[in-house]
Write a protein that binds this ligand. Structure first.
Ligand code: BES
Ligand code: MN
Ligand code: ZN
Length: 479
């Protein structure tokens, strides 16, 4: 989708050729001298319209307007939530209308956050998944022109938000694909496609190379599947080589049946989403490619299936991770931490300023935080502050969880250096404690996105989270 911003009055926006015009009116709107807005003034007086967020008034082929549909939408005080609500309500009027071009016009100069909400709102309301439909009815909306009274620095806000939205949609696409259309090999192809951006490089290691690296934990998960594992290494080089990179590690389990410790059948289809961490890394690179910021970022994706066959890893098997630590696999369904621990060890070679792993890691995190906030685990106060603030500013919030050493007690075993599970209590924390054993060489944060990466039920679909949080953090708009 294409976003543009221009300095426009409501009167000049009314003259633009487009399929639709949305005029956003805040509580500070009282009445206008402009004849065009007299309909709003009448409706306000009669109580048929309010400037409260979520209220809207729609016109069809109204005199004085070039667009066939015009929607006036209240944005209340113009907060992020208000504008989101206003866009959801305004975009509802265009559902099924095949509108290709929209003009969204702010009557008053918006805050950066309000502008971001318009971009996200237009994208979210018009997104459609089509890849595995036989008669795809794709997205109609192609172009959104945002009109503001005064441009100022808003152009750069729009550009960065448009890049984030492109990243979110790339993440959604790969997350929503069923596992037979998103195998580890296809995920690697998706990563390779990003080299069309000049600052992005991609390297993919296959089973032989991964064996040479002695990634015994990652290989143990992959051995129960016919699909060969792939270890994807993405580089975004936007700054001098001397500048230490941030490394993002995304869990890329393209399907998780649990392995021998098999999951119940109900809702098992949703385990196609067990690569949402990987999808978010791909999404971030898509956004970086478009935005071109002066930073260095590495993306690591251990991708494989967690299935079950005659060669599958068994409860009680002990494997040796790339770090040299031995792991007793007591539950084959705790596979995410096994693929991540070897990727974390691999991350050491980049001498990173920070490593952030992103994973649909535990059902326990869904119980703890639901679908609102992702779980954030880190002992680095700078990372905690940066990621928390980035989450708040991008409407993609997270919440810090504890990492007391006492939580690691249950990971002790008589048969290896560490076990891969520690019982039901505090499951999201004990998973993080397992990962922490592999992060001694760099500042580290872990985002458990099990509750936030996708929605279940009638609106089943990927959310693209936490691409907005990560982009805000990496580009510093979270500061
Ligand atoms: N991918 C799952 C976590 C998950 C479950 C995410 C449900 C979202 C919804 C992960 O691999 C897993 O199976 N974790 C186990 C860990 C347990 C065996 C210690 C879990 O959460 O039950
Ligand atoms: Mn699992
Ligand atoms: Zn999993």
């Amino acid at each position: 989708m294409n976003f543009e911003i221009k300095s426009l009055s409501v009167a000049s926006a009314a003259l633009l050729k487009a399929d639709g015009l949305i005029v956003l009116l805040s509580d500070s709107y009282k009445s206008s001298k402009d004849e065009l807005l007299s309909v709003v003034d009448h409706a306000l007086k009669a109580g048929d319209f309010e400037t409260k967020a979520g209220k809207s008034l729609s016109l069809y082929r109204a005199a004085g307007f070039s667009a066939s549909r015009v929607v006036f939408a209240g944005v209340g005080e113009g907060s992020t939530k208000d504008v989101r609500q206003a866009m959801a309500s305004a975009m509802g009027h265009f559902k099924g209308t095949k509108a290709k071009q929209l003009v969204v016009c702010f009557a008053d100069t918006p805050t950066d956050q309000a502008l971001k909400s318009v971009v996200t709102g237009a994208a979210e309301a018009s997104y459609v998944y089509t890849t595995t439909k036989s008669k795809p009815e794709g997205r109609e909306l192609q172009r959104v022109l945002v009109g503001v009274p005064k441009l100022g620095k808003l152009k750069s806000v729009l550009d960065s938000q448009a890049a984030t939205v492109a990243g979110v949609e790339f993440a959604k696409e790969w997350a929503n694909r069923p596992a037979n259309y998103a195998t580890p090999t296809l995920l690697a192809d998706a990563a390779r496609s990003l080299v069309k951006f000049p600052k992005i490089k991609c390297q993919v290691l296959g089973p032989k190379e991964v064996e040479k690296l002695k990634m015994g934990a990652f290989m143990a998960v992959a051995q129960g599947s016919e699909q060969p594992l792939q270890f994807i290494v993405l580089r975004y080089e936007g700054a001098a080589k001397s500048q230490a990179p941030t490394v993002l590690v995304g869990k890329g389990i393209t399907f998780d049946c649990g392995g021998v410790s098999i999951k119940p059948a109900a809702e098992m289809d949703e385990m196609k989403y067990d690569m949402c961490g990987a999808a978010s890394v791909l999404g971030v690179f898509r956004a970086l490619g478009e935005l071109s910021p002066a930073i260095n970022v590495i993306g690591l994706i251990p991708a494989c299936e967690n299935l079950v066959n005659g060669r599958a890893v068994k409860p009680g098997d002990v494997v040796t991770s790339m770090s040299g630590q031995t792991i007793e696999i007591l539950n084959t369904d705790a596979e995410g931490r096994l693929v991540l621990c070897d990727a974390l060890t691999y991350a050491e070679r980049f001498k990173p300023r920070a490593v952030i792993d992103i994973a649909t890691l535990t059902g326990a995190c869904v119980v703890a935080l639901g679908a609102v906030r992702s779980g954030l685990f880190s002992n680095d106060e700078g990372l905690v502050a940066g990621l928390s603030e980035a989450g708040a500013n991008s409407s993609d919030p997270c919440w810090r969880m504890p990492l007391d050493d006492e939580y690691a007690e249950g990971l002790k075993t008589n048969f290896a250096d560490v076990a891969n599970v520690a019982g039901r209590a505090g499951g999201a924390v004990t998973a993080a404690k397992f990962l922490q054993r592999f992060t001694a060489k760099f500042p580290w944060a872990h985002l458990d996105i099990a509750g936030t990466a996708w929605k279940s039920g009638a609106a089943k679909g990927a959310t693209g989270r936490p691409v907005p949080l990560l982009m805000a953090y990496l580009t510093g708009t979270g500061k």
